[in-house]
Design a protein around this ligand. Sequence first.
Ligand code: IMP
Length: 427
Amino acid sequence: MPALVLLGAQWGDEGKGKATDLLGGSVDYVVRYQGGNNAGHTVVVGDQKYALHLLPSGILSPDCVPVIGNGVVVDPAVLLSELSGLNERGIDTSKLMLSGNAHLITSYHTTMDKVTERFLGSRKIGTTGRGIGPAYADKINRVGIRVQDLYDESILTQKVEAALDFKNQLLAKLYNRRAIEAGRIVEELLTYADRLKPFVADTTLVLNKAVDEGKVVLFEGGQGTLLDIDHGTYPFVTSSNATAGGACTGSGVGPTKIDRVIGILKAYTTRVGSGPFPTELFDDDGEALRRIGGERGVTTGRDRRCGWFDAVIARYATRVNGLTDFFLTKLDVLTGWERIPVCVAYEIDGERVEELPYSQSDFHHAKPIYEYLPGWSEDITKAKTFADLPKNAQGYVKALEEMSGAPISAIGVGPGRTETIEINSFI
Ligand code: IMP
């Protein structure tokens, strides 16, 4: 039985929640390995819609153990409020496991995120303002606070004091803000300790045992490939490894144990926040994709920037993640266009470029080269098999598959749980 990684192949928001939901019943563990409550999954179960930001989507399946791995940054207030929100709707959350090595997002990280963005002005990243970047910065600077620190008050106090030492100088001297009192932060963090305690576990041990016992373990990426801190459109990225390698470092399960890496790929492209986006549309088509696709952020409520499908990006995702499969989502959103442009390469300084340029300046002025595929007008939301799709929709999927470098093993044809065509089973 396999260990699978499921991740966004573009800039996030590809519809990962739906993919995990499709696998839900057969999965024993769902693991988040990076990011924090900057992520947003919408999962539809029956007539109920759930928006999750921090919790793995497996929390909704009664037989699945949801795990927050060491690579995640956890805002304890958000975690507890997501848990109680689900409990109020009758969902049992007692199986959740939280790595003692995961780092905490404290209120000073959220403050730093907001003041830094304000300070950057027009150069801002457009972060979600949830303290993600500052919490990871502290982790790398070795002044982070981990979940396990909540259970040793004296260590916790020393660590919070060390973390605030430099930040208070910055806040007071550069940002003209009042310094933050360490004692107040420690007091606040300690209020979470008892409530989180039942969930804290040695998740690396648990997950390796599970894989060795042949359980199905699903690693669920947040954000997407092009928001990865190493492989994304730096600096307009998130502060963690959203690509496949992050599943290993963020969980403590080695790469030899991963069987499949599935990239979630939207049938067109969206992104939120600042940064380059070659196929972005500023016309009626962009507006139509936004409206029909419901392209508004689950976490931020911001409108997503929309554009046509970009095969250069899909090929890049195949390469840097070692993708074995794609899950193509939201094909139904494209119903009704007479012809659909697909970006097959870029023009950079008069030259045709087939692969994503490694140079940021080149990527910033890459112009899409489009091929036009014939569209379809039939409703595809009831399609159960590939053969049920209109010929031109089949052609669109086949063309994308050929350009993207990995088989398309499932297709989302509508938002509901069953509105998916499974071509090759993932498990
Ligand atoms: P941060 O992750 O809050 O630091 O934001 C950094 C960049 O990643 C910004 O452009 C955000 O809009 C983007 N981002 C973060 N999380 C998501 C997500 O789940 N979906 C799409 N974009 C995201």
